[in-house]
Design a binder for this molecule. Structure first.
Ligand SMILES: [Zn+2]
Length: 423
């Protein structure tokens, strides 16, 4: 049985170097309230990108920021005519995030490129690491900005994207090394990405719960976001009798429960969530007249997602009729899911087997840059266990052994697809 630590005769990631970089990067944007805050295109994000670029250059690699603000790391004298095995994730975070979401995948990809820079055998694909800009969209509300630019599907411009204070992305993008007037040039030409590999923490409980150490991601769930407004009639909380009311809040409460039922008892989608909720006028002695909320529905299958949308409309119509209110619904975002490449799944599984790491096939409920690259290149995703299944919080953690194991699987997968005769 192969040792879980290393396989002989082949290059290996540098565990100490990887873990040190993860700890050092986590200090950049350390939030006094706890965790890490490096919102995309913020000053902290800029420092995070500079740290990774410095580490790459210090190791003799080439690091450059493209027009959209993506950091790209190549071996010295890389053959740019050869298709890339592109590996990476993102460095930006949500507010008070953990140290691993995104950053881990970028630093592991950096280590793999660094290892392969010293590898003498010719590779069919050029290994390239990438840190996609603004995956989370915490400051500038265009998540996946960088990966959309690389796949040529970005519809926003640096001028029409503004933060909460009304500042456009133009100057922050320039400060990070991008070019607000040439963002479209960040697109990679057709066929130039031979494969995209993203290593990421699971952000859920499946691997830990089953005792597996590597997740072979089957696909990333699609997502439909709705904006719902319930129009009732505001009125005096003391004088309007119960039978005469059209209370927007009690109607909204039924909507919330109907949304939960879509996923729970009707099982028309994997998950369904009401995440935002606003009451008007939000006053103690006034019957609520208007309630606004968001609904987030997710499933791997586009057909099921469509079915869930129909089921939601039917449920909302029933609630409106029963309560004499008007329920207005609008789709505000539709993100198509992505299925990972079966060949890359098999390669990841084989790499894990070779390293003696038990693996599990599983879907991803969270969105990832890989999803945006899927229309232009075959994608593969590797997960490592998240302690307690939590992420996007300061407590987010993965054991050092699992972090190193995931990076080893990434390296072995990249080598298997890069070598003509994978060993
Ligand atoms: Zn992420």
């Amino acid at each position: 049985m192969p040792s879980p630590q290393r396989s002989t005769g082949l290059p290996d990631v540098d565990a100490h170097r990887l873990l040190t970089r993860i700890r050092e990067l986590a200090k950049i944007g350390a939030d006094p309230r706890g965790g890490v805050t490096r919102a995309g295109f913020s000053a902290a994000d800029r420092l995070g990108i500079a740290y990774v670029a410095d580490q790459a250059r210090g190791a003799g690699l080439e690091a450059e920021v493209d027009q959209a603000g993506n950091l790209i790391v190549r071996r010295p004298n890389a053959d740019r005519s050869r298709p890339a095995v592109l590996m990476g994730s993102h460095l930006d975070t949500v507010v008070q995030a953990g140290p691993l979401d995104g950053a881990y995948g970028v630093l592991a990809a950096l280590d793999v490129v660094q290892v392969l820079a010293g590898y003498q055998e010719p590779l069919r694909y050029e290994p390239v690491a990438i840190a996609f800009a603004n995956e989370e969209g915490a400051l500038f509300p265009c998540p996946f900005w960088g990966s959309l630019a690389v796949s040529g599907r970005l519809e926003r411009t640096a001028d029409d994207l503004v933060d909460r204070s009304g500042c456009s992305l133009r100057e922050p993008l320039r400060a990070i090394g991008g070019d607000p007037d040439a963002v479209a040039a960040a697109k990679w030409r057709a066929g130039s990405i031979g494969a995209y590999l993203e290593l990421h923490i699971e952000q859920g409980p499946a691997l830990e719960g089953t005792g597996n150490r590597i997740g072979v991601v089957e696909g990333i769930t699609g997502r439909t976001v709705f904006s719902v407004t319930v129009h009732g009639a505001a009125g005096h909380a003391g004088t309007v009798p119960m039978d005469y009311r059209a209370d927007a809040l009690t109607t909204a409460a039924r909507v919330v429960l109907a949304v939960e039922e879509l996923a729970r008892s009707q099982e028309v989608c994997t998950v369904a969530t009401v995440g935002r909720f606003q009451i008007e006028p939000d006053v103690t002695n006034v019957i609520p007249g208007v309630v606004r909320m968001t609904i987030d529905v997710r499933d791997l299958s586009p057909q099921r997602l469509r079915g869930a949308e129909e089921a939601l409309y039917a449920a909302l119509a029933t609630v409106a009729t029963d309560t004499r209110t008007r329920v207005q619904v609008e789709v505000t975002d539709r993100i198509t899911g992505a299925v990972t490449d079966p060949g890359l799944r098999a390669t990841i599984r084989a790499a894990a087997d070779e390293l003696g790491l038990p693996s599990l096939d599983l879907p991803s409920g969270a969105g990832h840059d890989a999803q945006m690259i899927a229309p232009v290149a075959p994608i593969g995703m590797i997960f490592v266990p998240s302690e307690g299944g939590v992420s996007h919080v300061p407590e987010e953690n993965t054991s050092d052994d699992d972090l190193v194991a995931g990076a080893r699987v990434l390296l072995r997968t990249a080598m298997r697809i890069g070598l003509d005769d994978p060993s």
